[in-house]
Design a binder for this molecule. Structure first.
Ligand code: ATP
Ligand code: MG
Length: 229
């Protein structure tokens, strides 16, 4: 069982897209619940289209008052619970993070996203103090350009990668047609046809690498916690 939330108070940083990619990939082999706490409810809308993986349940969050109960119920049913959070710092975000085994902080390689990521990290540290519990987190760079990455983009991500206090994913989620197409046509990148979207193979490999890194981080954190206990 693992609870993974996606948090960054900057709108459009890639929370919903990365959360759905991970959820669908994990649902290939395990039971997964995704809690849609994005006020626009994009994943709830996606779930009305065809192609939702059999092992994936979508729960629409009602409010900050219900999020803890929704997480508790989802943990009973599923091996992985993924929470897509809203694009503003809130009590709901703190509640979700307090229950998480891993917080993924998606950020575009842009200054505003990077600053917002730092704000979320500060919030996570406050929550850790308040709850007297370690909350592992890692920054995920998203919507990266496959070709011709700008010097600014490289500089921003490198600053995070060089900071020994901040964990980052080696994998970055590239900007891909397939990832935005999911929301328009439904289903996952596994159910799409390479005739309809560009570079589907590369998109699938990208998501596999991200998912493998998630599993590795959960495992490493669990081992660390056991050593401390
Ligand atoms: N890796 C990607 N490749 C292509 N398009 C992407 C990618 N990630 C996000 N997008 C597009 O960028 C926009 C914002 O992404 P997304 O909705 O995932 O961000 P968000 O952090 O959930 O935003 P909000 O804070 O508003 O909830 C969407 O239109 C989405 O389709
Ligand atoms: Mg969103």
């Amino acid at each position: 069982m693992a609870v993974i939330s996606f948090a960054n108070s900057k709108g459009g940083s890639g929370k919903t897209t990365s959360a759905l990619l991970l959820a669908c990939e994990l649902a290939n082999t395990k039971r997964v619940t995704i809690i849609d706490a994005d006020p626009r409810h994009p994943i709830t809308t996606w779930a009305t289209l065809t192609g939702v993986p059999e092992n994936l349940t979508v729960v629409t969050n009602e409010s900050e008052k219900t999020i803890l109960d929704e997480i508790e119920a989802a943990v009973e049913q599923s091996t992985f619970v993924i929470i897509d959070l809203e694009g503003t710092a809130s009590r709901l975000m703190s509640y979700a993070m307090s229950q998480s085994d891993l917080v993924v902080v998606p950020a575009k390689e842009q200054q505003q996203d990077a600053l917002a990521a730092l704000d979320v990290i500060k919030e996570i540290h406050r929550d850790m103090k308040a709850n007297r519990r370690d909350i592992p987190y890692a920054v995920l760079f998203t919507q990266s350009k496959v070709v011709a990455k700008s010097r600014t983009a490289r500089f921003i991500s490198q600053q995070f990668r060089d900071n020994p206090k901040i964990d980052t994913f080696k994998t970055e989620i590239f900007e891909r047609d397939a990832y935005s197409a999911m929301f328009a046509v439904g289903g996952s990148i596994r159910t799409m046809s390479s005739k309809d979207v560009n570079n589907l193979d590369a998109a699938q490999r990208n998501v596999e690498a991200f998912t493998a890194e998630i599993i590795a981080k959960l495992r490493a954190n669990r081992e660390k916690a056991q050593q401390v206990a």
